[in-house]
Design a binder for this molecule. Structure first.
Ligand code: R5P
Length: 312
């Protein structure tokens, strides 16, 4: 049995297939072996789950980002949660380093779903007693859950990375107005300035940077966002800061979704570094273009704190 007993029994970490290397890194940082759970497919494609270890009376953390293939990974998570509930785990925490379906978090036009709300509902219904998330696309998604959500920011990971860069008169740039709060937090921590790109979304796949508010000339720029999806937002913002004469341009995003035209866009981008965390496994085509930082220790630390009823 894995040790580290707390109020809810022993701490256990297990995973589906979404991001096994990240789950292994979290388990290592927590100091427990991964609990064995087979997540396979029946011949017709339905998901088959079998727990090999006992979880009865224990504090179980399921690591499963709902990244691509989104529906497969979400369904795996739901079935694992159901398995744990029926196997009498004392407390079940869904650890979602990346929360898919987050972008549809409101009814912004007629006849559309609020996908993020539906997803939170099914995760709870399947058995999650608690959620640990990293950099949700919109912080208010916490309120879609009735269970406790611990919402982490990736700042400690990126600040440590950029502190080693010997930045010259740094300026943190929000690539759109939605990113101002995050950019301001980084600017404070990195002792830098703040600038904002005024972005217009032409379509779900196309963004157009309009204006730059702030000063970047001859300064090192960090463009900071929660995710790079089709990379339209970041590469357009990078173009604008380069046009305004910045010294170096770093693109930093917590989640490397890399969908649609992302590979083409980032390979053509005139930037000094693209850095993401490992919440999502990177597609092979981007591996040489992207620097990846580990989120395992941050998530592992949070899991230990939750287990020991300390503040997160
Ligand atoms: C927007 O609200 C987000 O923070 C990201 O800027 C956006 O989702 C990135 O999308 P894309 O990479 O497709 O431009």
């Amino acid at each position: 049995m894995n040790s580290k007993a707390g109020r809810f029994g022993a701490l256990q970490v297990l995973t589906g297939n979404a991001n096994r290397p990240l789950a292994a890194s979290i388990a290592e940082s927590v100091g427990v072996p991964l609990t064995s759970c087979e997540v396979g497919r029946y011949p017709d494609g339905e998901i088959e789950v079998k727990l090999d270890d006992d979880v009865r009376g224990n504090d179980v953390f399921v690591v499963q980002p709902t990244c691509r293939p989104v529906n497969e990974n979400l369904m795996e998570l739901l079935l694992i949660l159901d398995t744990l509930r029926r196997a009498s785990a004392a407390r079940i925490t869904a650890v979602m380093p990346y929360f898919g379906y987050a972008r549809k978090d409101r009814k912004d036009e007629g006849r559309v779903p609020i996908s993020a709300k539906l997803v939170t509902d099914v995760i709870q219904a399947a058995g999650a007693n608690r959620v640990l998330a990293l950099e949700l696309h919109a912080a208010q998604i916490q309120g879609f859950f009735d269970v406790v959500v611990d919402h982490l920011f990736a700042a400690p990971i990126f600040v440590r990375h950029f502190e080693k860069k010997d930045l010259l008169d740094p300026v943190i740039v929000a690539p759109d107005v939605g990113g101002i709060k995050i950019a301001r937090a980084y600017a404070k921590r990195l002792n830098g300035g703040l600038a904002i790109v005024d972005k217009r979304r032409v379509s779900p796949n196309e963004a157009e940077a309009m204006h730059l508010i702030g000063e970047v000339k001859d300064r090192d720029v960090i463009l900071m966002d929660d995710m790079i999806a089709t990379a339209g937002t970041m590469t357009e913002a990078a173009r604008v800061v380069k046009e305004h004469g910045c010294r170096r341009a770093f693109l930093a995003a917590t989640h490397g979704v890399f969908a649609g035209k992302a590979v083409e866009r980032i390979s053509g981008a005139n930037v000094d570094e693209i850095v993401v965390t490992d919440t999502i496994p990177n597609p092979a085509e981007v591996r040489d273009m992207v620097h990846v930082l580990s989120s395992g220790p941050l998530l592992g630390e949070a899991i230990l704190r939750i287990h020991e009823s300390q503040s997160v």
